[in-house]
Design a protein around this ligand. Structure first.
Ligand code: NAD
Length: 336
């Protein structure tokens, strides 16, 4: 039997839905939405988090719910969870520039040692493993839009390298694990995702603009604001990740919204949707900030039958509604 046949059997032998999943980084923004979505589809969830950027409040709505366990642990140390597991979603990692610049060594350790420990957990349990990689693996791209075959343009010693290179190493480790031990692995390259439970001060454009607009403060656009991002609403991204988990694809597979928007357009949209009287002010652009970012999602469309459904106006309105309710002063849930 060749490897392709073996992999097809792995997927065919899998039950229609996973019985029990480990979500590393489950108390973070994306992880907490994944925990909720898994529980809703009938999968038990064990969330493992060290709270370096996540918050217990993010999973407070799940505590006491049957099938949900929260384990405080740093995945850079070997870890085990009680009971059987058939899916490991490895999402632990600081993700916003403000966080990984504050935690550079922890970010590198989490991408390397943490990924190794999460892979070993999956191997011990013969579980499907999915790595949360990132569009940052493409760096400041010279191919546009970015398809999975593009190798990227990353400065290995620039300030962002602690994140970009940690994720590139994590991808290499994941591929090597599959080759060396036959572990059933997949890699998703996630593009910018936004939605409820982001922290107003995490430094990413959407929560920053919403916090500033709700506070009536100037919206700080970096550079001339013509740099683009492709923004996916969290429900779309979570659906894509779960489709990848249920598949037998190794990837990497891009998951993102190909609707590109400039930062100045985004700032104007947030002002319009919040009804704010804020003005826009321009500040210095960070080093190695990518000029463009847009996923080619041909692979996800073809192999996962996935594409985003929620447009920017709808997703931003939902996110603004959450910020109004949870952080009326615009602090995005109180991270200071
Ligand atoms: P987040 O900071 O909200 O969540 C990350 C979580 O990981 C936090 O709860 C944090 O406490 C936890 N964590 C970090 N290091 C850990 C460690 N060593 N041990 C245990 N827990 C640890 O960030 P997010 O936006 O939810 O991102 C989640 C994952 O998705 C990250 O791996 C990130 O690289 C990836 N990703 C996110 C985006 C996005 O737009 N949100 C885009 C690309 C990739």
């Amino acid at each position: 039997m060749d490897e392709g046949q073996a992999r097809q059997e792995t997927a065919a032998q899998r039950p229609a839905r996973f019985r029990r999943a480990v979500v590393t980084g489950g108390a973070g923004f994306l992880g907490s939405h994944l925990c909720t979505a898994l529980l809703e589809q009938g999968t038990e969830v064990c969330c493992v988090d060290d709270f370096c950027t996540g918050r217990p409040e993010n999973t407070a709505h799940l505590s006491g719910r049957p099938g949900f366990t929260l384990i405080p642990a740093d995945v850079t140390e070997p870890f085990e969870v009680p009971g059987e597991v058939d899916l490991v979603l490895h999402f632990a990692s600081p993700a916003s520039p403000a966080d990984y610049l504050r935690l550079p060594l922890h970010t590198l350790d989490t991408g390397s040692l943490g990924t190794r420990n999460a892979l070993q957990l999956a191997r011990r349990h013969r579980a499907r493993f999915v790595l949360a990689s990132t569009s940052e693996a493409y760096g400041d791209p010279q191919q546009h839009p970015q398809s999975e075959t593009y190798w990227g343009h990353v400065n290995p010693v620039g300030p962002r390298s602690v994140y970009d290179e940690a994720k590139r190493f994590a991808e290499a480790l994941t591929c090597a694990e599959a080759e060396a031990h036959g572990t059933d692995t997949g890699i998703v390259r996630l593009f910018n995702t936004y939605g409820p439970r982001m922290r107003g001060h995490d430094g990413r454009a959407v929560p920053t603009f919403i916090r500033q607009a709700l506070a009536g403060a100037p919206l700080t656009v970096t550079g001339d604001g013509r740099q683009t991002r492709s923004l996916a609403y969290v429900d779309d991204t979570v659906r894509g990740i779960l489709a990848m988990a249920a598949s037998d694809l190794r990837g990497p597979v891009n998951i993102g919204n190909p609707d590109e928007i400039t930062m100045i357009e985004l700032a104007r949209k947030v002002i319009g949707l919040t009804g704010s009287s804020s003005v826009i002010s321009f500040i210095e652009r960070p080093a190695d900030d990518p000029a463009v970012r847009c996923p080619d999602i041909t692979l996800a469309r073809g192999k996962l039958q996935w594409e985003p459904r929620i447009d920017a106006d709808d997703g931003l309105a939902r996110t603004i509604a959450w910020f109004r309710e949870h952080a009326p002063a615009g602090d995005g849930g109180g991270d200071g």
